[in-house]
Design a protein around this ligand. Structure first.
Ligand code: SIN
Length: 304
């Protein structure tokens, strides 16, 4: 029997700017994401003494990310981290919805081996593209003896997967992360098997409180195509215009789950005695949307 004992790192590619190409390399802001395949991205980057296995799980701009693709990615990461010879997994991903995917994957899988997500803000053919360095750093992080959990490696920084958020639209380091973000205990997490078996995705809509807000949007959607849940990005500590709050209370009575977050980048929502709608604690609004979506998925009866 030929047993190959070389440690393996798996690179799962999904597209994004890291795989993007500019038509004119001198004007890297004019580019198309998801053009370069994973084998070409890794040219010259293989670390010594490690075998790289690659899979092109998707080739998309992450603004177009879908739950089916999350499901595929979860299946591939779960498969590879379960293989003895695999030391860890690197995922390449667009920056735009990376924080949602990172929250999803860490919450559902809680991988026991190192998983590093990496990305780029400049396309692959820009003269000073950040992709190769980020990819190299992610490969190095996965190999380091004390690395564990799921992280985002970008611009020389390592962020916990559940805490990261994209807070800048174009600088080379677009991410910041809060010190500690915990999944709200009252929101259940489905098993990996439950997520992989799901064929009917819950629908959670996101609405924003703002000056001049009212409840018309919520009332209109509830009347015509009611979702399973709403996350509202409130002002400050998750506060809501009284008309928006009234509309969401009606939605809740009609069976939709409603969760408050804050539209502030940091700090989340803290409980107050006068609270009438539940809140998502430290989670950002987009994380809260993933958390509620997972909770609703966990409550589904199995469909045969
Ligand atoms: C994307 O999110 O796929 C495009 C933008 C990026 O990667 O920065």
């Amino acid at each position: 029997m030929n047993v190959n004992k070389t440690k393996k790192i798996v690179v799962l590619a999904t597209g994004g700017t890291i795989a993007g190409l500019a038509t004119d390399a001198a004007k890297p802001q004019n580019y198309k994401a998801c053009q370069v395949n994973v084998v070409d991205l890794l040219a010259d980057l293989a670390p010594a003494g490690v075998e790289l296995l690659t899979e092109q799980v998707a080739q998309i701009d992450s603004k177009d990310m879908s739950f089916v693709l999350w499901q595929n990615l979860l299946a591939r990461v779960a498969h590879w981290v379960a293989q003895d010879e695999v030391q860890g997994v690197v995922i390449t991903h667009g920056t735009d919805t990376l924080e949602e995917m990172a929250y999803f994957l860490q919450t559902v899988l809680q991988p026991t081996k190192p998983v590093a997500i990496t990305c780029a803000m400049l396309p692959a053919n820009a003269p000073d593209s950040d992709g190769p360095v980020n990819l190299k750093d992610a490969l190095a992080w996965v190999q380091a003896p004390d690395s564990k959990g799921l992280v985002v490696v970008c611009a020389g920084q390592v962020h916990a997967g559940q805490a990261v958020q994209k807070t800048h639209s174009h600088q080379r380091n677009p991410f910041t992360s809060q010190a500690k973000v915990t999944h709200p205990a009252e929101l259940h997490v489905p098993s990996v098997a439950q997520v992989l078996a799901c064929t009917h995705w819950p629908r959670v809509e996101l609405v924003l409180n703002h000056a001049g807000a009212d409840g018309r949007l919520v009332r209109a959607v509830m009347a015509h195509d009611a979702p399973d849940g709403w996350v509202v990005a409130g002002t400050g500590n998750g506060t809501l215009h009284h008309d928006l709050e009234a509309a969401l209370l009606v939605a809740q009575k009609q069976g939709a789950h409603v969760l408050r977050a804050s539209r502030c980048a940091w700090g989340g929502v803290q409980s107050r005695e006068a609270d009438v709608l539940p809140h998502a604690g430290a989670l950002t609004a987009v994380q809260a949307r993933v958390a509620l979506w997972l909770h609703l998925l966990s409550q589904q009866k199995s469909r045969s």
